[in-house]
Ligand binder design. Sequence first.
Ligand code: G4P
Length: 528
Amino acid sequence: MSTADTLAREVARRRTFAIISHPDAGKSTMTEALALHARMISEAGAIHGKAGRKSTVSDWMEMEKARGISVSSTALQFNYEGNVINLVDTPGHSDFSEDTYRVLTAVDAAVMLIDAAKGLEPQTLKLFQVCRHRGIPVITVINKWDRPGRTPLELIDEIGERIGLTPTPLFFPVGIAGDFRGVLDRRTGDYIRFTRTAGGATIAPEEFLSAEAAADREGEEWTTAVEESALLSEMGQDHDQEMFLAGETSPMIFASAMLNFGVRQLLETLVELAPPPAGRESVDKAEREVTDPFSAVVFKVQAGMDSSHRDRLAYMRIVSGEFERGMVVTHAQTGKPFATKYAQAVFGRERSTVDTAYPGDVVGLVNAMALAPGDTLYTETKVQFPPIPSFAPEHFAMLRAQSAGKYKQFRKAMDQLDSEGVVQVLRNDIRGDAAPVLAAVGPMQFEVVTARMMTEFGVETSLEGLGYSLARRTDADSVDELNRQRGVEVFTRSDGALLALISDKWRLQYIVKEHPTLTLEPLVATAD
Ligand code: G4P
């Protein structure tokens, strides 16, 4: 087989996705269940490090340990029936950061995991907005169906009404939430009956029954499922691949990650319906096809993961071509060569060397000091992909070095953390350089800055919260008038963008009303 054929085949069998959810909806449990199903691990409970569970999650930084959470995003790869599934992990805690968003620039599909009792929750909504903004197709999973919750139709309505995404269940639950018996396969009309296993620690056996046999077995529960499914069909809520890919509809699955019910259905759906890796448009509007020479985008940089050897890991998502460890690639931003001798797959604390990788795969490059999120790497024909949009910050604080004698290190550290994309750094003439303003999507980004200032640069810093809660993009013509307003201050971000920080939305509304000609544009990818 020629190299081009191998490449095309490898691309076709890959699926790269992330799970978006609100904390506690069951993302870790579902990740374990998926991996278990793919038989990557022999026993559920071995992946994510929540208290009391066996932990293999990165022990990056003390604060992470103290909180029992993982700040870092990692990528899990497993094989499923001849396919290669890449699950790019998003941090699961409520305090998320820009990294959470950046992960979504590296995936081709998202699984929106919803707790059956809670329905749509704030973080799910925010992340969904990013998916919509980026045109990422979304598969919806209603989790915890083994526990009392809402009715299927209520949940379907809520999603349709609140976010304008039309759920098209592929499998309809038989039995109400709390009495999960199995699912009606809406496309075949057959019944898939689940059986519990002790503690849900192994794959749940499935029994396949015809509609008739299902009616005998489950009686009214089956009839209800069939009727409600027919109702959805009448309303046009059947799967339509084009509408799914266009982000208008969302195939829906009912599951219990804990009992391993619906997990196979999710894997099958990913393989069958989620799109394989596709080419990407460059800054010059040319398409880099997946079969073109190697190219990749750095979507996340992580430093100081391991206290014994401080390294810096850049995660790249491969866009085109075959990656071979050791090959020398070009860093598009600087034009400099970059050796890839230390390419690794990172999942939790486990690192393994990657020798070959294909479009859709995520590879960690060790000691990637020059790389920043959004950077492009390539071989042969030059390509540069558009930068990752920076997301609308909602938290603002002023940072200072405790001792004036450390100013030089402080500046250096600030530039370094800024280039890594740890936080957005804002400056203006009034405040000067000694007290830059940090802007973050989640306040934990501030903690990362102060911790790294101390451990890596030996600079003790203090943070002072600022009374701003939102940022708008503005222009040079609006700066003077904005600076005259109460509760407003204009800054220049390190990428040159002018940002007006505003105390609250009422102040913003007032200014817009009083000064309609001022430029105050929302930043991308927010739920506001
Ligand atoms: P997260 O990563 O999204 O934050 O959620 P996680 O998987 O940690 O799950 C949060 C809680 O919900 C856990 O309970 C987990 O066991 C439970 N859970 C997840 N999926 C299901 C499900 O399908 N059914 C039921 N009934 N529960 C589910 P916990 O008590 O916080 O932790 P643990 O002691 O069970 O580990």
